[in-house]
Write a protein that binds this ligand. Structure first.
Ligand SMILES: Cc1cc2nc3c(=O)[nH]c(=O)nc-3n(C[C@H](O)[C@H](O)[C@H](O)COP(=O)(O)OP(=O)(O)OC[C@H]3O[C@@H](n4cnc5c(N)ncnc54)[C@H](O)[C@@H]3O)c2cc1C
Ligand code: FES
Length: 495
């Protein structure tokens, strides 16, 4: 499934010839999404020698598949943080969002990257949703975000909403393209198809092993979404959540605001410029990665909802992507404990990475160049609260349950020799008694060891993306076993 962004913009990265072996840099960044490229540009502008290693292609994972709202009104995020943290952390979070938003707007204006200023709404159509809006209004007031109530929306059904005017929506790949240009202008290097597979902290520097060679640097930034090499176990305190997005051609007026529901299942709306018309983007139906029976059914559900709400809407694009939510709803940004301050992580944006990725870049660049930002220090030094610790335990209980259930399930079902129908995949007991997966995609049937190379989760078939997804911490693999995303770094074994 391809996002509207990849359908409408191509980023051409000059091919990297030769090997990285023996090269020296100030900072190596793993990952060329918004976090990686914003951090790279900030460091390169400060005079650092920067190398970005991207396992796939620029924007391939979350950033190229986002809904691209650059907003300080973020659904019900502030009330979520307020239920885990005090006002100091809440205000620091908002300061971070503001810094990230303002930096990116200035960057887009300076580089002539088009974007649209739009009002942002969090809306509700149910009693439960209105209660969530009241909590969000309260948290917004405590954090100094000037939201107002409104009963007037452009939605084709009655709704109550919180409104924050003059936010923005972007084309994420145009932004990444401009960041890449800026990186090159400041002497930085980006290599696509370079998967980072190992790191060794030694003698005050890092040795980074990748599929394109081994390079040294003073620091390594893991801008990989889910953190790889996470010996501190951050991945266990992150919930990987996958959601779906579609675009539609709609006759008549399209709501011009950016809308997100407080009700469940979530619905997210914005427009997308398309030549001399606008498309309607509708997203939602989030769930924990690998724990849904049919992802394809969730796409169909979004299309049905759109056609019921906007009669005559014609579906054009459909795709899905995932992001990570931390237990206290605040991102993790900073050095990993075991790394002597040499390996840094930025993750846990809870589907609000357009502001958070840039804020992370600002925080990391300040740290790596000897500066400091008050909001970044507050967020980095925050202590877990009781609610945060309880929140951290809950997803792990789910993880342990999934692990046992899936191993038992796989061991009980013999797989046999039959090929699944096109687009289908199934897991069962292989000839050696271990979980094996077999799937047919594009007429080709492939068998893989259906055990996640991260920590041994039994994989589930994703019938929308035609991938093997891990229900434990969100790693994903293609039908042929190639690692796509998540904390795993290795491909699946064949059988
Ligand atoms: C459906 C959806 C809608 C969203 N909508 C919004 C929105 O409207 N507004 C908003 O603010 N946020 C939104 N978000 C969140 C936002 O898109 C993400 O938080 C943000 O894009 C994350 O950027 P990133 O650079 O950290 O990660 P990514 O964009 O995922 O980049 C990580 C990169 O690291 C690479 N990588 C991984 N492992 C390795 C390795 N071992 N070696 C080298 N490279 C590696 C990957 O290939 C990838 O390119 C949404 C997220 C989703 C899933
Ligand atoms: S992602 Fe951790 S076990 Fe699969």
């Amino acid at each position: 499934m391809e996002s509207v962004w990849f359908s409408t913009h191509t980023i051409n990265v000059p091919p990297f010839v030769g090997s990285l072996d023996g090269s020296g840099h100030d900072t190596i960044i793993a990952g060329a999404g918004l976090t990686g490229l914003a951090t790279a540009v900030l460091l390169a502008r400060s005079g650092q020698r920067v190398l970005v290693l991207e396992a796939r292609n620029v924007g391939a994972v979350a950033t190229g598949n986002t809904t691209g709202k650059l907003s300080l009104l973020q659904g019900t995020v502030l009330s979520g943080i307020a239920s885990h943290q005090g006002d100091e952390v809440l205000r620091a979070y908002v300061d971070a969002q503001h810094a990230g938003q303002q930096w990116l707007m200035r960057f887009m204006e300076g580089q002539r990257v088009p974007y649209e200023r739009r009002d942002a709404y969090t809306f509700a159509t149910t009693e439960a949703g209105e209660k969530a809006l009241r909590a969000e209004a309260d948290a917004s007031a405590r954090a100094g975000v000037p939201v107002t109530w409104t009963g007037r929306t452009e939605l084709p059904f009655p709704a109550t909403a919180l409104l924050l005017p003059d936010q923005a929506q972007i084309h994420p790949l145009k932004v990444l393209d401009a960041l890449l240009d800026e990186l090159h202008r400041h002497g930085g290097t980006l290599v696509e198809g370079a998967r980072v597979t190992g790191v060794d902290v030694r003698d005050g520097s890092v040795e980074v092993t990748s599929s394109r060679g081994t390079a040294r640097a003073g620091h390594l930034v893991l801008a990989t979404g889910a953190p790889i090499f996470d010996r501190g176990g951050h991945f266990a305190r992150l919930v990987p959540s996958r959601s779906y997005a579609t675009t539609h051609a709609v006759e008549g007026a399209i709501p011009q605001g950016m809308y997100l529901s407080a009700d469940d299942p979530s619905r997210s709306l914005r427009t997308v410029p398309d030549g001399d018309r606008e498309l309607l983007m509708v997203g939602g139906n989030g769930h924990v990665v690998g724990r849904e029976d049919s992802a394809a059914a969730l796409v169909e559900d979004l299309v049905s909802w759109t056609q019921a709400s906007f009669p005559g809407a014609q579906p054009l694009h459909a795709w899905s992507a995932q992001d990570y939510r931390s237990s206290d709803r605040v991102p993790f940004v900073g050095p990993l404990a075991w790394s002597e301050g040499r390996v840094h992580v930025a993750t846990g944006y809870n589907k609000w990475g357009m502001t958070n990725a840039v804020a992370s870049g600002l925080a990391l660049a300040a740290d790596l160049t000897g500066g400091s930002l008050p909001w970044a220090d507050t967020l980095c030094d925050r202590t877990p609260t009781v609610a945060g610790v309880v929140g951290a335990v809950a997803p792990n209980v789910g993880v342990a349950g999934e692990l046992v259930k899936d191993w038992v399930g796989a061991e009980l079902r013999a797989l046999g020799d039959a090929s699944p129908d096109e687009g289908e995949g199934v897991v069962g007991r292989g000839a050696d008694g271990l979980p094996e997966g077999v799937a047919t995609v594009g007429g080709r049937t492939c068998r893989v060891r259906a055990i996640c190379t991260h920590l041994g989760g039994v994989l589930h078939w994703n019938d929308a993306e035609k991938s093997w997804d891990c229900p434990l911490h969100g790693s994903r693999f293609s039908s042929t076993g190639e690692r796509l995303e998540g904390p795993a770094v290795d491909d699946l074994d064949g059988v």
